[in-house]
Design a protein around this ligand. Sequence first.
Ligand code: SAH
Ligand code: SF4
Length: 346
Amino acid sequence: MSPEERLESVGSLGMPKFRIDQISRHYFERYEADPSSWTDLPGATREAVGTLVPSLLEKVTDSLADRGSTVKSLYRLFDETLVECVLMSYRRGQGSRSTLCISSQAGCGIGCPFCATGQAGLKRNLSAGEIIEQVRLAIVHLTDSNQGSLNNVVFMGMGEPLANYTSVLTAVRAICSPTPSGFGISARGITVSTSGIVARMKDLAEEGLPLTLAVSLHAPDDELRDELVPINQRWNVGEVLDAAASYFQITGRRVSIEYALMRDINDQGFRADLLAKKLNARGRGWVHVNLIPLNPTPGSKWTASRKSDEKEFIARLEAARIPVTLRDTRGQDIDGACGQLAALSS
Ligand code: SAH
Ligand code: SF4
């Protein structure tokens, strides 16, 4: 619920306003979602609060990879819908950092042919509560296993976040609002990844939040992108890049261009040059390219690039002074890497 909705529902249950603070502290500060254990509330109130904080996610399985530093969780929702998210921890010097990759929809309606999530189509949007619960449960896991706090949340799991805009924004605000209204994770640590819903990219720029925007480009030319990211037939490469550049102009946040390298499909040198040209045409310093080695998905005819082509692609972008990074591939053996989330319970 938004803060206004919290006020309204507490009022409609005949509770005083200060209960919002108590309830919020349990949920956002102590990560407890079972009102029956909130003994600072009177018994009758605890029962009533149960209707405000229903149980939303039931864990089906946890799959571990990378020596336990990558965990893919499969959850069942109230209507039997299945959804997955992936928690990754990184050791850094004495401390550790962690990133949670969350889902905004069950399935996805965009239908990129190389992505497992897109193959079964869209089942439904997740509610803001179902999105936020993924975050709470990840924090509980980190706390229980003594792995520190959650630093980054990326909307790169199942679904197209900007196609479920209202719930995603409610969830984003709950993730980054200071406690006790939210989890208090820095908005700068939250990344929203989109296939290029231009109308919503414009809205997002106006929200007044310093979020990171990632754009799944995967091809610099319309002919290929029409096939790889079908929403390109609605908003083309030029329109997507214009909206991305204007996101930077408005928010001052550097945009990340995601580009999954697929062997002999989009990894040719001329495409690296064309990509650099189109990015540089929109200014300097506003963007960086994050290359993703393609993760294999069942039924897809595409596979990862040769190392030599990957190197050449990087070299050409660097020669054009485009900052570029290569994404670490985590959780492939548990089908938990980018594009592999299909939420199969078997
Ligand atoms: N729907 C959103 C966010 C989820 S996908 C989007 O598409 O941006 C997160 C990233 O993983 C996207 O860039 C997506 O294109 C990429 N991806 C999908 N399938 C992949 C695969 N098989 N291998 C590597 N990356 C993939
Ligand atoms: Fe949907 Fe993103 Fe997968 Fe495309 S890559 S089908 S937009 S989840």
